[in-house]
Design a protein around this ligand. Structure first.
Ligand code: GSY
Length: 179
């Protein structure tokens, strides 16, 4: 294994990916490849793609969403900085808080870490209300517990009507990663 890649014992983190502008699946695949090429980050699992109705501001295009599990020797803050760099490199322009975006990478969970900093709150404060996060997360980590409740149970408790799983083969998904 590359010495630049995290050990099997390194912390596990979960990231939400979303896009509702441009070549959505292509941008998400590109973001995953960039993440996986960062020394200290290895993408170990990727959910299916989900077509999801926009939440927050409804008059914008449909999103594609997915969740990735990574192992990382980066700190939560370093991992967040890496995500923000990838967003910028893929043309994300932050104009409106809830507006359309080429790519969105949100850090959902970093092991059992709980954090409340200006730039980063862990677990992600809105993840339990969002079917576009819980549906893909439940696919790859149904038994993961958040505040004593599994992700599968949290998903079962919310409205999933705006979320549709897409057939992976039709989108060349998940992308092939180098590691
Ligand atoms: O917070 C992530 C960006 N975002 C999304 C999203 O990724 N998916 C859906 N369906 N709605 C969203 N609203 C915002 S903001």
């Amino acid at each position: 294994m590359s010495p630049l890649k995290p050990a099997a014992t390194a912390p596990t983190a979960y990231l939400s990916l979303g896009s509702n502008l441009g070549d959505r699946a292509g941008l998400m695949a590109d973001a995953l490849g960039r993440l996986d090429r960062i020394p200290g980050v290895r993408v170990v699992a990727v959910s299916s793609l989900y077509a999801t109705a926009p939440v927050g501001r409804e008059d914008q295009p449909e999103f594609l969403n997915a969740v990735a599990q990574v192992r990382t020797s980066l700190s939560p803050q370093e991992l967040l900085a890496a995500c923000l760099r990838i967003e910028a490199d893929l043309g994300r322009i932050r104009t409106e808080r809830w507006g359309p975006r080429t790519i969105d990478l949100d850090l959902l969970l970093y092991g059992e870490t709980q954090l409340a900093e200006d730039a980063l709150t862990l677990p992600h404060p809105r993840m339990s209300e969002r079917a576009f996060v819980l549906a893909p997360l439940a696919e790859i980590a149904p038994d993961l517990r958040l505040g004593g409740t599994t992700i599968a149970d949290r998903l079962a408790a919310i409205d999933r009507s705006g979320v549709r799983r897409l057939e992976p083969a039709k989108f060349g998904w998940p992308p092939a990663l180098a590691t």
